[in-house]
Structure formats: C-alpha cells, structure tokens
Design a protein around this ligand. Structure first.
Ligand code: NAP
Length: 227
C-alpha cells in the first residue's frame, strides 16, 4: 500500500514489536528497529547520539517499546519509576521531535502502542498507568501540532495479548479470568496489534488523527464486567 517508507520501530525486538516489524516489512517498507542496547530509550543522551549517528529520514514512526514492572506504589523503586516513564512516554516525545522534520517533509505518520492502562488504572501498576496516560496525552497533543503539516499521530491500545509481558505480570488464574471476561473469549495475538498499527500508519487511515484504537476483543466496552 503506497510507496515504501523508512519506518523507525522502537521495541521492535519484543513480541508485539517483532510482529509490527514483520508487518511493515511484508508491505515492502524499510524498517529500522534498534535493540535497547543500540538505542536505550531511558537515556536522553543515548537517543541524541543515536540520531546524530544514524540521521534516519523517517516516514513513519512506531513507538512500541514499553516497560511494566508491577509494584505497590509505596514500594516502587525510584530508578525503575523514572525508567518506566522515560521508556513508555518521555522517549516518545523525544523521538517525535527528532523525526518531525522528515515526517513533515514526507507527510508521514506516527503510531504509539499504549494500553488499556492509558485510560484506566490498575492496582500495583502506578508507574505504567502514569506512563501510558502520559503517552496518550502526548499523542493527542502531537496530533494537533504535527497535524498542521499533514502528519497524523495515533495510538493503539492493546488489551491482554498472549505475550511474555502478560504471563510475567499475571498469574495463570488471572489470565483465565481475562479470557472469561473478554467477549471474544481469548487473549489477543501480537499480529492482531501489528495489523492495527500498520493500518493507522497508512493512507487508508488518512482522516484518522489523534485517535486511540482499542484492540482488546471488547474487554473494556462492557465496563470490564464478568460475562
Ligand atoms: N503484552 C500485552 O498484553 C500488552 C498489552 C498492552 C500494551 N502492551 C504494550 O505493547 C508494547 C510491547 O509489549 P510486549 O508485550 O511486546 O513486551 P516486550 O516483548 O517486553 O517488548 C518490550 C520492548 O520494549 C523494549 N524496551 C524496554 N526497555 C527499553 C529501553 N530502555 N530502551 C529501548 N527499548 C526498550 C524491549 O527491548 P529489550 O527486550 O531489548 O529490553 C522490548 O523490545 C509495550 O509498549 C507494552 O506496554 C502490551
């Protein structure tokens, strides 16, 4: 669909990010997906150095990197708290600012991977909830400022996806509970999130700007109720 673009994908070596990379590559786009060792998003100096070195002419930016380490709020480690905010949210703004000239020149687009926790909260997830709420706020504001130049900025909020992150942070009983409460009766797959991200990045979504596309099998629409 459309001309091949250079697409910068963060978190592209994770489970959802890997599916996103494969989706763009399948469409013929050139994907740049640095590992966290190559581009540490918790470190503004590392971000500056990477852009100075690589100077990518980005036509689409996908921010999928994320960090979610549960802890009751009084026990959150301060360094981890700062890292969670940086990787999920602050780095996104930094990346968008650095990609803005080429995005404007190509009338490109930006997609951030948020979460249900970008609009609701959960016990023991303060840093992640704060970070994803901040990310969604950034998406909406950038949709206005970059929208002036034809650059669309949107987010995808996955529900519970069958990934290591979900299995690490939830017991098997909790995961069974999710499966029962999701109207479609299952967790989502990384490729289903990749498809939503890809769609938002293409001209097929040409009039969609500042939108959060919830891909959760209908979990949130029923008010998170049991069946
Ligand atoms: N899994 C779910 O059910 C679910 C639900 C809602 C939203 N999400 C969101 O979806 C995205 C991907 O999640 P996932 O399940 O695929 O998790 P994942 O496999 O753990 O992927 C997370 C990615 O973020 C990268 N990352 C972490 N810290 C980084 C840093 N300091 N610098 C650069 N990259 C860093 C990781 O790189 P390294 O592995 O190299 O550290 C990894 O590639 C995240 O934004 C997450 O919040 C996931």
């Amino acid at each position: 669909m459309g001309d091949a673009r250079t697409v910068l994908v963060t978190g592209g070596h994770g489970e959802i990010g890997g599916a996103i990379v494969r989706r763009f590559e399948a469409a013929g786009d050139r994907v740049i997906a640095p590992t966290s060792a190559e581009l540490d998003l918790s470190d503004p100096a590392a971000i500056a150095a990477w852009f100075a070195r690589e100077a990518p002419a980005v036509g689409a930016l996908v921010h999928c990197a994320g960090l979610n380490r549960p802890a009751p709020f009084e026990q959150i480690d301060e360094a981890l708290f700062a890292r969670t905010l940086s990787v999920n949210a602050l780095a996104f703004v930094d990346l968008a600012r650095r990609c803005a000239p080429s995005l404007r020149a190509q009338r490109g687009s930006v997609v951030a991977v948020s979460s249900l926790y970008g609009f609701v909260a959960r016990r023991g997830r303060l840093a992640y909830v704060m970070a994803k709420h901040a990310l969604v706020g950034a998406v909406k504001t950038l949709a206005l400022e970059l929208g002036d130049d034809g650059v669309r900025v949107n987010s995808v909020s996955p529900g519970f996806i069958d990934t290591r992150m979900t299995r690490q942070n939830n017991s098997p009983e909790v995961i069974r509970g999710f499966e029962q409460r999701v109207p479609l009766g299952r967790l989502g797959r990384p490729d289903e999130i990749a498809e939503a991200v890809y769609f938002l990045s293409t001209p097929a979504a040409g009039f969609i700007n500042g939108h959060d596309l919830v891909a959760d099998g209908g979990y949130s629409i029923g008010g998170f109720q049991t069946p």
